[in-house]
Design a protein around this ligand. Structure first.
Ligand code: BJW
Length: 290
C-alpha cells in the first residue's frame, strides 16, 4: 500500500483542483474563498515551494528532551561502548546485559522526565497544517515524534516500545522489561524475545518506501544527526540528486555537511520552529544560524 502513496495522492490532488474549479463556477461563493478551505488548499500545488517534504531526524532532536545522544565526547553511550550493546553479536554474547540496557532505557522513556520538546511539536504542526506532504524518517527509537503529533512517521532503526520473537517473528508492544528467558505468547517458545531495534549489520526498516520518498521530495531536512551511520547518512545525497533543496540543522557541522545546500546551526528546539514557520509561509529556505 505504502509505495503507492505518492502517485495516489497526486491523483487526489488533481481531482480536488478540478472539483475546486467546478465549485467556483457553479456555486455562489467566490473561488478564492473556497480554495482557502484546507480541503481545497491541498490541491493548489503550483505556487507551493516544497510540495513534498522529508525530514530525517537523529538523536540531537531528542537531546533537549533528556535523552542522551550516541557520540558524546567520552566515546561512551549511557556508560557502554556502542558495540557492546547495539550489535547482534553483543546480544548473542551477553543477552542479559543487552536486555538490561534496553529495559533501563525503556523505563527512562516512560518516566515523566522525558517529554517532546518544541522541535517535535513544530514538526507535528507542519504535518497537520501544511498544504504539502510531510514525512518524517527517524533514526530514533523513542516515541517523542508520535507524542509531538507526527503521524507520517517511519522508525527506520526500530522502536523501544516494541519487541519481536526471533523464533516466530511476531511483533508485540512492550511497556515493561524483557528478560531473555521469557516465553513468546504467540509461539510459546522461550529465549527468542528481543527489542525491536535495528543493530549494526541489520537492515533498517522500510528502506523501499524511504527510497520512494527521497526520489520524490522537494525539500530534505536533516535534524540532529551526526552523519556517521549509513544508510541514513547517505539520504542527503540521494535527495539532492533527485533535485531537492537540502538543509542541515545541527548544533555543529555533521560528517556529511558538504552534501547539504543549506545549513543552520543551533539547538533544535530553537531552529526547528523557525524553519517550520519559514516552510509554512512559503519562503525559500536558506541558511540562518541561531
Ligand atoms: C543536536 C543537539 C541539539 C546534539 N540540537 N542538534 C563502512 C562504510 C559505510 C557503512 C558501513 C561501514 N561499515 C559498516 C557499515 C554499515 C553500518 C554503519 O553505518 N556503520 C558506521 C558506524 C560506519 N550501518 C549499519 O549496519 C546499518 N545497516 C545496514 O547498513 O544494513 C545494510 C544495508 C545495505 C543497503 C541498504 C540499506 C542497508 C544499521 C545501523 C543501525 C544503527 N543502530 C543504532 C543503535 C540502535 C538504536 C538504539 O539502541 O538506540 O542507531 S547506532 C546509533 O547511531 C543509533 C542512531 O540511530 C544512529 C545514528 O546516530 P545519530 O542519531 O546521528 O546520533 P549521534 O549521537 O551520532 O549524533 C547526534 C547529533 O545531534 C550530533 O551531530 C550533535 O551535534 C547533534 N546534537 N544536541 C541539534 N540540542
Amino acid at each position: 500500500m505504502q509505495d503507492k502513496y505518492i502517485p495516489a495522492v497526486d491523483f487526489v490532488d488533481k481531482l480536488e483542483l478540478r472539483f475546486a474549479s467546478l465549485a467556483g463556477l457553479y456555486c455562489c461563493r467566490p473561488l478564492d474563498a473556497l480554495i482557502n478551505q484546507s480541503f481545497f488548499r491541498r490541491g493548489i500545488g503550483n505556487h507551493m515551494k516544497y510540495p513534498s517534504v522529508v525530514i530525517l531526524t537523529g538523536a540531537g532532536i531528542s537531546a533537549e528532551s533528556g535523552i542522551q545522544t550516541f557520540r558524546g565526547s567520552d566515546g561512551l553511550w549511557e556508560n557502554h561502548r556502542i558495540e557492546d550493546v547495539a550489535t547482534p553479536e553483543a546480544f548473542i554474547r551477553n543477552p542479559a546485559l543487552v536486555q538490561r540496557f534496553y529495559n533501563e532505557r525503556r523505563r527512562q522513556l516512560l518516566s515523566n522526565k522525558i517529554a517532546p520538546n518544541p522541535a517535535h511539536a513544530a514538526i507535528g504542526k507542519l504535518e497537520r497544517e501544511y498544504s504539502g506532504k510531510v514525512w518524517v524518517v527517524t533514526q530514533n527509537i523513542d516515541n517523542l515524534h508520535e507524542r509531538g503529533g507526527t503521524r507520517n512517521l517511519i522508525h527506520m532503526h526500530g522502536e523501544m516500545l516494541k519487541m519481536f520473537c526471533e523464533h516466530c517473528w511476531e511483533r508485540f508492544d512492550i511497556a515493561g522489561d524483557i528478560s531473555s528467558g521469557d516465553q513468546c505468547t504467540a509461539c510459546g517458545r522461550a529465549g527468542g524475545l528481543r527489542p525491536d531495534i535495528v543493530w549494526f549489520g541489520e537492515m533498517p526498516h522500510q528502506m523501499e518506501f524511504i527510497s520512494e520518498l527521497l526520489e520524490h521530495c522537494d525539500l530534505f531536512v536533516a535534524i540532529g544527526t551526526s552523519g556517521n551511520v549509513y544508510p541514513a547518512a547517505g539520504f542527503v545525497q540521494r535527495a539532492g540528486r533527485a533535485g531537492a533543496t537540502t538543509v542541515e540543522l545541527n548544533l555543529e557541522p555533521s560528517q556529511v555537511e558538504n552534501d547539504f545546500i543549506t545549513h543552520r546551526y543551533g539547538p533544535a528546539s530553537k531552529l526547528v520552529p523557525v524553519l517550520i514557520d519559514d516552510i509554512m509561509s512559503g519562503e525559500v529556505i536558506s541558511g540562518a544560524n541561531l
